[in-house]
Ligand binder design. Structure first.
Ligand code: DC
Length: 227
């Protein structure tokens, strides 16, 4: 089976990361979580004491920093200038500001170039917001994964309760997800959009396994890969 690329886009909390990781595992492909790269820049901005709205300084800092994504057993490990930030980039302090950082053209240009580089050799499952539209417009498989705001908030709530990082109520989480949807869908550069050739999957009443199986089925039908 020849290698091919899979783009998985969709709003926050639709289950993209879990599903992309499982699909990559099943195919022996590399999983790339591009949201982690925008989070890594946001982390560095905070470390350096910059404010998220200092766009020029933020862009200059992003040029200087080094982001490494290392595939691991437990998912992708993220390093910024050699420091393991895998957990730190998931805190609400980062989540609150990452959409603003991700709206800057200079930041997107920089990170999209890195992401394109990672996809060159194929065999990549990449998740994000603009993967099917901008990063890998020629990906063999494109999926736009969504779920209702309520369902996405409930999933995040359970996940945060399970790993003891829950600092928000369910209704606060619902508001936060709706706010991030707004920001991601309405930003000027590369807004969250379904690519015209992406398969729409609504996972509101689907299990993780069902979504993974459906994507592997698409792979089999389209490119002769997968199950
Ligand atoms: O998927 P996530 O929640 O980790 O993404 C963090 C932020 O980065 C979110 O506001 C959307 C943005 N993002 C983006 O603009 N483009 C991507 N390819 C991935 C994420």
């Amino acid at each position: 089976m020849d290698k091919f690329n899979i783009a998985i886009d969709g709003p926050a909390g639709a289950g993209k990361s879990t599903i992309a990781r499982l699909v990559a595992g099943a195919l022996g492909f590399i999983y790339v979580d591009t949201g982690a790269m925008y989070r890594a820049v946001t982390w560095k901005v905070q470390q350096e004491g910059l404010l998220p709205d200092q766009e020029t300084e933020v862009a200059a800092l992003a040029e200087r920093m080094q982001i490494e994504l290392v595939p691991g057993e437990e998912g992708q490990q993220v390093y910024v200038d050699g420091v393991d930030v895998t957990k730190a980039i998931r805190t609400t302090a980062i989540t609150d500001h990452v959409s603003q950082i991700a709206s800057y053209g200079a930041i997107r240009q920089l990170l999209v170039a890195l992401q394109k580089q990672m996809a060159i050799s194929k065999g990549v499952v990449m998740d994000g917001r603009d993967i099917g539209t901008h990063v890998m417009p020629d990906a063999e498989i494109k999926v736009f994964l969504t779920a209702s705001v309520k369902e996405r908030a409930e999933r995040r709530f359970k996940e945060m309760q399970n790993n003891g990082t829950c600092t928000l109520t369910l209704s606060e989480l619902e508001q936060d997800i709706a706010r991030r949807d707004q920001l991601d869908q309405n930003r000027e550069i590369s807004p969250l959009r379904r690519a015209h050739d992406a398969v729409l999957m609504d996972s509101t009443s689907m299990t993780i396994e069902e979504v993974v199986d459906e994507i592997l089925g698409l792979c089999k039908n389209k490119v002769g890969g997968g199950k």
